[in-house]
Write a protein that binds this ligand. Structure first.
Ligand code: FAD
Length: 339
């Protein structure tokens, strides 16, 4: 595989996780990452970055579990090391609460996060509109720090970075042997995938240093996530909405909902409001295809996009899968080095 040229499109958490995974595992390949937006201007930078996930009905449970497990196993040693604050990867404890108990009280990720247990009656009294809850310790991965940290790790592994907009993946096929498509929402046009859609999310950042534990309403519309520098208050998911600017009415509604769960937030100090467009899809697409450029030349494309609201949680796991697909490409069709 010496001399094989790999290009990764996308500088969000999925692109950088894939690029690092490939560059570290295949030192004989040259790996270049290209993107038109880098941290702090990606959707990944907006994410609260809590490691948690939902079931994707069309993906085998064993595969989803591996995605989550691989990410947790990768990030836990970082969270427990001296690199934690520089990398923006920290342990966080708290609870997820439900208005009605779910059918499955112990989700598949319950034995991956730490210390999973159900909330007691006494603990639930704090949330009079909720009847069921789960307490656990998970990881918070803050991409404002994590992406620059991954960039550094990628460059140490010999990776190159270029800022450029790609208008057609086939253009890259003239210069590279394998294209790894991690362009998130950009895959609507780059991969011509009509199943990809934006899901707008707005979050508030507030100072409330007395809050140490996260609270997430399982409906996904309200959450309070304390982090290293501020507390993130969310959320909201507006499918098909591409408005990039914060909506003041929505900020008021988020704060109101969060104050109902945690009244002391009325004393918090606002720091910022940010908006991101999640790359929605029925499930992440992690698969390979061969794209024909012309009669004489084809190029391998490994897709890794469409992580919706859980890209930070699943990025490392799907990057590991993308690496396996790249190894298959290399085995199936050894590619000649080009001039
Ligand atoms: P992005 O971060 O959008 O990166 C896409 C990259 O592709 C960018 O660099 C872009 O420039 C590049 N690109 C696209 N098209 C082109 C092109 N044509 N040419 C060149 N480059 C291109 N996830 C969690 O796991 N936990 C959470 O707690 C969480 N909270 C969230 C809260 C909010 C409010 C939002 C909005 C999202 C949240 N998410 C969370 C989801 C998470 O942010 C996304 O799933 C994740 O960021 C997707 O990463 P990505 O790398 O695929 O996309």
């Amino acid at each position: 595989m010496n001399g094989v040229k790999v290009v990764v499109v996308g500088a969000g958490v999925v692109g950088f996780s894939s690029a690092v995974c490939i560059a570290e595992a295949l030192p004989g390949c040259s790996v270049t990452l290209v993107a038109d937006r880098f941290s702090p201007d990606t959707t990944s930078d907006v994410a609260a970055g809590i490691l948690l996930t939902l079931d994707f009905p069309d993906v085998p449970l064993e595969r989803q579990k591996r995605w989550f497990q691989d990410g947790f196993d990768e990030l836990l040693p970082i969270a427990q090391s001296q690199h934690s604050s520089e990398a923006g990867v920290l342990l966080t404890s708290g609870c997820q609460i439900f208005k009605e108990a779910p059918a499955n009280k112990t989700p598949y990720w319950s034995d991956i996060v730490l210390g999973f247990r159900l909330l007691s009656e006494r603990e639930l009294k704090r949330f009079p509109h909720h009847t069921f809850g789960q307490a656990f310790t998970t990881i918070k991965c803050e991409c404002n720090n994590y992406l620059p940290w991954l960039l550094n790790r990628f460059q140490k592994a010999g990776g190159q970075v270029q800022r450029t907009k790609v208008t057609d993946l086939r253009e890259l096929g003239l210069r590279y042997d394998i294209i790894v498509n991690c362009s998130g929402l950009g895959s609507r046009s780059l991969a011509g995938d009509a199943q990809v859609y934006p899901v707008r999310g707005q979050v508030l950042q507030v100072e409330a240093p007395w809050l140490q534990h996260f609270i997430r309403d399982a409906d996904g519309d309200t959450y309070i996530y304390p982090g290293a520098r501020y507390v993130t208050l969310g959320g909201g998911r507006q499918r098909g909405d591409e408005r990039p600017m914060p909506d003041p009415g929505e900020s008021d509604a988020i704060l109101e909902r969060c104050c109902r769960l945690e009244p002391s937030l009325r004393n918090s100090r606002p720091v910022g409001v940010v908006v991101g467009l999640r790359p929605g899809r029925k499930h992440p697409r992690v698969e390979r295809e061969v794209v024909h450029m012309n009669q004489h030349r084809s190029v391998h494309v490994v897709h890794n996009y469409g992580h919706g609201g859980w890209g930070v949680s699943l990025a490392w796991g799907t990057a590991v899968d993308a690496l396996k697909l790249i190894k298959k490409c290399l085995q199936d069709t050894p590619l000649p080095a080009k001039l």
